[in-house]
Write a protein that binds this ligand. Structure first.
Ligand SMILES: [Zn+2]
Length: 253
């Protein structure tokens, strides 16, 4: 066993020894078409019996993907069209600071209506903004637009992003952002997981926030797929690990 897997197992053992349960969740972004990568992802979720929160691009997605979504899969809203509207001085975002809140919310709401009709009872009204970016000014308007949750990246500052809007983020990115977009490697991914778990255990992060694993099926290489297999296998044999579904995390039934 490599040092990274050893450190991961050791951290989970610390939770078990303390009589605590490790809560994980799994979000995958950029679903739009039923291509081989998405089919593989859905088969993996089904085979491993791990609940998957699939962030679907409402204005890009084909109806066929919803026929293949099993009971373990929830659909989240991944922005509207995933188009980068950033100004020259901004990082990539669908929601630039210059866009009026009312206009952004209207776009979001229209896209949400379409996705809700397509995904029906699999839809969970939670926004996963592309590139994990949303202006803070928009969060207070989400509840009135029908959202129950917001999910981005990094340990959350509070359990609610705004009144009525739960916040559960992801903390482990499987994809290397700056190095060819393949698997980020065991050291980086397991290290990030251990870091968030230890921070929760030691009271430096909200202990009630489930640790989120973020994947992007469209850019997975063989190493990324193999890693997910091993992660699910490891967690299955470990005691006191629980994979939480999006409806559980965001209190939507
Ligand atoms: Zn995306």
């Amino acid at each position: 066993m490599s040092a990274a897997w050893r450190a991961f197992s050791d951290e989970m053992a610390r939770w078990r020894d303390a009589g605590r349960t490790v809560d994980f969740w799994w979000r995958d972004d950029d679903a739009a078409r039923l291509d081989p990568a998405l089919a593989r992802l859905l088969a993996l979720a089904q085979g491993a019996s791990v609940p998957l929160a699939l962030a679907v691009i409402p204005l890009q997605c084909g109806e066929e993907i919803f026929e293949r979504i099993g009971p373990a899969v929830s659909v989240l809203q991944h922005g509207t069209d995933h188009r980068n509207r950033a100004a020259a001085n901004e990082k990539k975002t669908e929601f630039p600071a210059t866009e009026r809140s009312a206009a952004a919310i209207a776009r979001l709401f229209a896209a949400k209506e379409r996705l809700g009709l397509l995904a029906r009872d699999r839809f969970v009204p939670v926004l996963a903004p592309p590139w994990n970016r949303l202006p803070e000014a928009l969060a207070p308007h989400l509840a009135a637009a029908g959202y129950r949750g917001l999910t981005r990246y990094g340990a959350r500052a509070a359990a609610l992003a705004a009144p009525g809007v739960g916040q559960v983020n992801t903390h482990v990115d499987l994809i290397a952002r700056h190095a060819g977009r393949g698997f980020a490697g065991e050291e980086a991914t397991l290290g990030a997981a251990v870091q968030h778990l230890a921070a929760k255990r030691e009271g430096r992060a909200d202990p009630d926030e489930a640790t989120g694993w973020l994947s992007h099926h469209a850019v997975h290489d063989a190493a990324a797929w193999a890693f997910l297999d091993r992660l699910f296998e490891t967690c299955q044999t470990a005691h006191a690990v629980r994979w939480r579904s999006a409806p559980e995390l965001f209190h939507v039934s």
